[in-house]
Design a protein around this ligand. Structure first.
Ligand code: HAM
Length: 420
């Protein structure tokens, strides 16, 4: 037997019902907010992620799936969605129109992480990227959209943690403050952090090894190093969130694990999940330098992504979703070849009219078919027999009350639709 690779999952059974429902809520909401669906390749040139997610990020340093294709090109399975969307925006010169581009995506991402609860090697994210506007109102809209989608799924104890990294000047000042602060403590930190102080000292703040150390907890806070322009911008984002009635916590420890961010950064967590490391349902932020760094124009971007696997795991624990089961509307039963021919039309008509319908494909006897209908949780049974069919009738049985009725064969679809 060949087992699935470590860190991957099969989505099936009741999980797939929740999964489909989550996707349905996402696409409806994205539609209302006028986001355009974008699908970018699952693999991209490796350089794209090195130049966006960043050489000093854990993702690029340790977690990407890289390979050379048969043409000797360095390829990487996408570890996240932002880089591909920005690459497509630039490559297709979407920026020539004076419009804001609002994209949403939903697809698998790949990170070679240590598999554990909430952390997979193949996982699915949905997310948005808004390109071309620097208005702080967009930051607030993106954050509120993320919140509203999770809220519409019935997730209640959500907390938005928000922070600002500021513009270049603010980030440089902050970087300097961090280096000065960490230098005397560097021997107390892990080996990776000893590297990070040289490459990207901000990364020390989201180190998983040193997370609980008081050195990290007492480190300088980004907020204290924002210049007046960045501070004003951040205050506006918070003001708009207040107007949208979105609660948030300003949390100076949110620095995010990807290198492309500036200004607003945020994460959304579920307080119902006590696994502190893996309860982050989504995160995002502004990236006003990234488009230019990827050889596009000097433009603006912001977005978020949420992990659908984590959302589905959380929903499965909730009362609302616990009793979800796959069920069908109708099971059509027959035995003889003649009855079978009638069943073909009945089943097809019901299905074309949106009725979830199943029938026997294993030539089982009636007893066996009753058992299957029960396993499928059929609401109604349509039982065909030659004698009734001669008179133009079929038997319909309500599987809950066990009541039976004879119905004209030409009216069966209408009858079922009316009864459901
Ligand atoms: P991220 O914080 O790396 O951001 O990932 C977003 C979400 O994806 C996480 O909050 C988590 O729910 C889910 N996720 C990440 N890694 C895993 C994993 N190994 N297993 C299961 N779920 C996971 C980004 O990816 C950015 N591209 C977000 C963004 C969009 N920023 C701007 N625009």
């Amino acid at each position: 037997m060949i087992a699935k690779p470590k860190g991957t999952i099969d989505i099936k059974g009741n999980d797939s019902i929740i999964w489909e429902y989550v996707n349905h809520v996402i696409s409806n909401m994205m539609n209302s907010y006028n986001y355009e669906f974008i699908r970018t390749p699952i693999f991209e040139m490796s350089e794209l992620f090195h130049r966006s997610v960043g050489e000093s990020s854990d993702i690029v340093r340790k977690e990407t799936y890289d390979f050379k294709d048969k043409g000797d090109r360095l390829i990487t399975l996408r570890p996240e969605g932002t880089a591909g969307v920005v690459r497509s925006y630039i490559e297709n010169k979407e920026y020539v129109l004076p419009d804001v581009k609002k994209y949403y995506y939903n697809g698998t991402m790949y990170r070679y992480e240590r598999p554990q609860s909430g952390r997979l090697r193949e996982f699915t994210q949905f997310g948005v990227e808004v390109l071309g506007s620097n208005d702080p109102i967009v930051d607030a809209e993106v954050i509120s959209l993320q919140y509203r989608i999770l809220e519409s799924l019935g997730i209640e104890n959500l907390q938005i943690n928000i922070n600002s990294l500021g513009n270049n000047e603010s980030r440089n000042n902050y970087r300097e403050a961090l280096v000065n602060y960490f230098k005397p403590h560097i021997n107390e930190l892990c080996d990776d952090c000893k590297e990070r102080i040289k490459t990207n000292p901000l990364r020390i703040l989201d180190c998983k090894v040193d997370a609980d150390s008081s050195i990290l907890k007492n480190a300088p806070k980004t907020i204290d190093y924002l210049n007046s322009e960045s501070k004003k911008r951040f205050e506006e984002v918070l003001k708009y969130l207040d107007y949208l009635e979105i609660d948030y916590e300003v949390n100076p420890n949110i620095v995010r694990g990807l290198d492309y961010y500036d200004h607003t950064v945020f994460e959304i967590v579920s307080l119902d999940n006590d696994d502190s490391k893996n309860n982050v349902l989504g995160g995002g932020g502004r990236y006003n330098k990234l488009i230019k760094e990827l050889d596009g124009p000097d433009s603006y971007g912001i977005g978020f992504a949420c992990g659908i696997d984590r959302i589905v795991s959380l929903l499965k624990e909730m009362e609302l979703y616990k009793n979800i089961k796959r069920e069908i509307d109708v099971y059509v039963m027959y035995v003889s070849e003649e009855e079978k021919l009638y069943s073909l039309n009945i089943v097809q008509n019901l299905r074309l009219n949106g009725v979830v319908c199943e029938t026997d494909n294993l030539n089982k006897g009636l007893k066996g078919q009753f058992k299957v209908a029960d396993r499928l949780n059929a609401k109604y049974l349509i039982i065909l027999n030659n004698e009734d069919l001669q008179k133009g009738l079929v038997t319909v049985k309500d599987n809950a009350t066990k009541e039976e009725e004879k119905i004209d064969i030409d009216e069966i679809t209408e009858y079922i639709i009316g009864s459901l």
